[in-house]
Design a protein around this ligand. Structure first.
Ligand code: HEC
Length: 134
């Protein structure tokens, strides 16, 4: 009788541990399929901001060739405007509308920004949005 109980418990234990293994793998697979987390998007956006040379003209908090990221974001937040749309060439500049300045940024939009993917633009925009919140 005792032997049987032991065997019975062993069977339960083994099938329980098998089930957990199956659960774990399905969970891992669904994590792989989900979108980038907010943190990794900001991290990627930060890297792209340097790699795509934005940083050469835009520093975080002081004017360089172009307005600072903080200044840009202040105006974009106030006006509830869409950076991705601007960078895709779908909306007009609202930060600095001096024609000679606009022409500098417009050259980027017509140039290397045409090659950038939607995911990369989304990451850059997310990074810029979060710079101001520090
Ligand atoms: C060669 C210099 C230069 C580079 C490189 C550059 N910018 Fe700019 N950017 C400017 C200048 C100058 C302005 C001001 C004119 C304007 O506001 O359109 C500007 C303006 C902007 C604005 C505000 C537009 C508005 O509504 O007025 C955004 C957003 C922006 N840049 C994002 C970027 C991003 C993102 C990158 C990199 C992918 C980048 N810029 C690369 C010079 C540059």
């Amino acid at each position: 009788m005792q032997k049987h109980t032991l065997l019975y418990l062993l069977v339960i234990f083994i099938s329980a541990s098998c089930n957990t293994e199956i659960d774990n793998t399905t969970e891992e697979r669904s994590i792989e399929r989900t979108e980038l987390s907010m943190d990794s998007k900001i991290f990627l956006g930060n890297r792209l901001f340097s790699e795509k040379t934005c940083i050469t003209c835009h520093s975080v908090d002081r004017k360089k060739v172009g307005p600072s990221v903080v200044d840009i974001m202040q105006i974009y937040t106030e006006k509830n405007a869409d950076i991705v749309s601007f960078l895709r060439g779908h909306s007009e500049p609202i930060v600095d509308t001096t024609p000679s300045e606009v022409a500098i940024m417009q050259a980027n939009i017509d140039g290397f920004l045409k090659e950038i993917t939607d995911e990369e633009l989304d990451a850059i925009a997310t990074y810029m949005m979060h710079v101001t919140k520090k």
